[in-house]
Design a binder for this molecule. Sequence first.
Ligand code: TXA
Ligand code: MG
Length: 324
Amino acid sequence: MRETILFDNALVAAEMLRRGQLVAFPTETVYGLGADATNSDSVAGIFESKQRPSFDPLIVHVADMAAAQQVVVDFPELARKLAAEFWPGPLTLVLPKQRHISDLVTAGLPGVGLRIPNHPLAIEVLKAVGRPVAAPSANPFGGISPTTARHVLDGLGGKIDGVLDGGPCGVGLESTVVSLTTDQPTLLRPGGLPVEDIEAVIGPVHRAVSDVFQDDAAQPAPGMLSRHYAPNTILQTIAPDDTALPVKNKLCGLLTYGQFPCGQGFEHIEQLSTSGDLRTCAANFFARLRSLDSANLDVIIARSFPAKGLGIALNDRLHRAAST
Ligand code: TXA
Ligand code: MG
């Protein structure tokens, strides 16, 4: 066990990262567990503290385009367009990496996932570190992503050196990951930036079929295991228009949004957004899922989302949470 300190000064986080320590920090999507991406020992610490398999690559975070250019070999036209439009923001681009980025970061792949986060504290940290920072979501592997400093401490307290508290994350879902290492831009993970917004800028994006990933093989989106983002409680999804009915003789919770047809008999209901606004649903999603998971229920019933905009990423998280 090590002591995990909680603080709110970005410069303290930067100093610790420069010393090779593991520090969680807020971004607009979820909290990331940071390590100096040029320090293999620190990067190895991320895999150890999260119990993350080494085939699952990490996203590298930088403060600006000048720093981004130090991480990848070059920025092709499409990458330039996307960066100009969506950075800082919830978009990760996979591009060929430079040699000084540790192979541990990319799980041996030639491409590195790179993004500029849209959060003032994250930017302050990254500027002060002056080096690229590798950061996966700051949760034990496979679990629910953290959107508050408290969530980070609940999962990784005693295993990391510090947590920079910046309050709750505004977007609430991880970044959208797009690979530009192949002829056709490919969506590896739907996320906080709707893929339709990306297509409006660069045209059609190929969708990697995410449901058939195997647990141990090198996949186009390594780490996107079918079971992920998962609560300990069994989770079942229903279609957006289905009536939510509790399972007989079980303590049931309901995760829902908007106006919904609902049967009686739920022990615990979490409403993501009364208006059904998908941005609000996303911002509340992981925290509400955690509340349900800690309510000692037998089953969580979750209403899935219309398959457009942020609904695509929300459904992806729900279906992985429901996978056994
Ligand atoms: O919003 C986010 O992306 C957050 C914040 C902290 O930035 N980070 C995050 O990291 O969600 P993580 O490690 O939980 O998910 C990263 C995923 C990997 O599991 C993999 O699917 C994809 O991004 N990825 C990262 N680097 C990649 C690479 N070089 N090639 C292909 N996929 C990559
Ligand atoms: Mg994660």
